[in-house]
Design a protein around this ligand. Structure first.
Ligand code: FHN
Length: 464
């Protein structure tokens, strides 16, 4: 199973490789991997409109489509020729949405602690979840569901005051108007038949306008841009048209060059990305859509590890679920979301509306900072063997240390502090066993002002 998935990923990579610049740079023997170098984002993004996104921290991604019927990989299963397109489409008769309860989905998403959700309105297979007037593949006219499943979900998300993101695949491998069909079959090349390509763009833009007019999304999540250059997609035009009358809408980086934020995928950034706004999209197991054979679920600890890693580096996590074809959600997926939600609720102060934390040189773990930078939140994953956590090189006075969501005030003592120089010393903070959380215990340090990090190299002790 694992081998199979690795191969599949490799196959995908083969197609993406032309547009992927791996970005390894060597500096005096150190290998530095640049982050998502293909994802060029706009330099003049309006910061005001990004505020909710930056403060949200968690979004829930939903991959729901035909592929859930047989539990096979979304769109890629026929593209990679594991089965024929004809057989792939047989899943239309199994996409019933018979137990689809949009309000329950929205409640689950809200309870996970997420502030927004992104739903696949149409994946690369071209299957549209709404009642579109374009194309030949949608949930209303062609699937057993015989209903629009996108509208009630978006209504339910809005009712719960969640921001709405619409995922839209630029490629549509099922459309006769589109260039690519499968890994070995191309229908045509744009240069050979520009008129046909124009017809495809009209179809694609027609759908985008329907989605814009029906749902006025807060965020557009494009995908699949690697198949053609931005000029072919006319990505500047797309952005202009989508923002017309809706200037605050956010666009991800996969409308090449026209995005507001970066979208690394699966790979948790090892280094803090340079982009001001970014979001890691991540699966709960190894699949985006529902696959009953994939039981390689991340544990709740691992999900929270990834989440904490993202927020401490100033980013968001877009965590994926894959509902079944009848609209029910696997109990493990529900459980992971609820567990994350209850941890977030307890530690909300250290999560929402925070800024990226301080470098690891100052604390052996991830951190975040309050907006005014006067409270430093320390995320403690493992139980310290001497019951103490260590903070170094912080010039401020620590007025108080307490356990977030528990309230216990912690005692602290300082070593290596000379009264006559500026070196701030090393603070040891006691963390009693009773305050330890199942996943991460969060300690808040209330400082005497915005955090000041000390970075001098101390010289000789000239006085004593
Ligand atoms: O090919 C898709 C994949 O199926 C999935 O939708 C992910 C989600 O980010 N995006 C694409 C690959 O980058």
């Amino acid at each position: 199973m694992i081998v199979f998935r690795i191969l599949e990923t490799k196959n995908k990579m083969k197609h993406k490789f032309s547009s992927l610049l791996l970005g390894f740079m060597c500096f005096s023997g150190t290998i530095v991997k640049s982050q998502d170098t293909t994802a060029k984002i706009l330099k003049d993004t309006d910061h005001e409109k990004m505020v909710w996104f930056k403060e949200a921290k968690l979004g829930i991604f939903i991959h729901w489509g035909l592929y859930a019927v047989d539990g096979i990989s979304e769109s890629w299963s026929f593209y990679n020729e594991y089965l024929s397109h004809e057989d792939y489409l047989k899943q239309l008769s199994g996409f019933t949405a018979a137990n689809f309860k949009p309000k329950e989905w929205a409640k689950l998403i809200k309870d996970s602690g997420a502030k927004y959700s992104v739903i696949t309105s149409k994946h690369h297979d071209g299957f549209a979840l709404w009642n579109t007037n374009y194309g030949h593949l949608n949930a209303v006219s062609h699937a057993a569901a015989k209903k629009d499943v996108l509208s009630p979900l978006i209504d339910a998300l809005k009712e719960k005051e969640l921001k709405v993101g619409i995922y839209f695949s630029l490629p549509d491998w099922s459309s006769d108007l589109y260039t690519h069909f499968t890994t070995s079959k191309r229908r045509y090349a744009i240069e050979q038949d520009p008129q046909r390509w124009q017809q495809y763009l009209n179809y694609m833009n027609g759908q985008l306008l329907e989605l814009k007019n029906n749902y006025t999304p807060d965020l557009w999540w494009f995908d699949g841009d690697w198949e053609h250059p931005p000029e072919a997609w006319e990505s500047t035009k797309i952005r202009t048209s989508l923002l017309k009358g809706a200037p605050n809408t956010i666009i991800n980086s996969r409308l090449t060059g026209q995005g507001d934020y970066q979208t690394p995928e699966i790979g948790v950034p090892v280094y803090r990305p340079e982009a001001k706004y970014w979001e890691l999209c991540m699966t709960l197991n190894d699949s985006w859509g529902y696959q009953q054979t994939d039981n390689n679920y991340k544990t709740s600890q691992q999900v929270i590890d990834i989440f904490v890693d993202c927020i401490s580096k100033g980013g968001n996590l877009l965590l994926d679920i894959g509902p079944k074809a009848d609209g029910s959600i696997d109990p493990i997926q529900k459980e992971r979301l609820l567990e994350l939600g209850s941890w977030i609720r307890k530690h909300h102060k250290a999560v929402y509306e925070t800024e990226k934390g301080i470098p690891y040189e100052h604390f052996y773990g991830p951190t975040t900072l309050s907006k005014d930078k006067q409270t430093l939140f320390l995320f403690v994953r493992d139980i310290p063997k001497d019951g103490k956590i260590v903070v170094k090189g912080i010039s401020n006075t620590i007025h108080r240390a307490y356990v977030v969501g528990n309230g216990s005030i912690l005692s602290q003592n300082k070593i290596a502090k000379l009264y006559w120089n500026k070196y701030p010393g090393i603070s040891y903070i006691d963390l009693p066993k009773e305050t330890i959380d199942t996943y991460y215990t969060v300690v808040a340090l209330v400082l005497d002002g915005p955090i000041e990090l000390y970075s001098e190299l101390n010289g000789a002790v000239e006085q004593n």
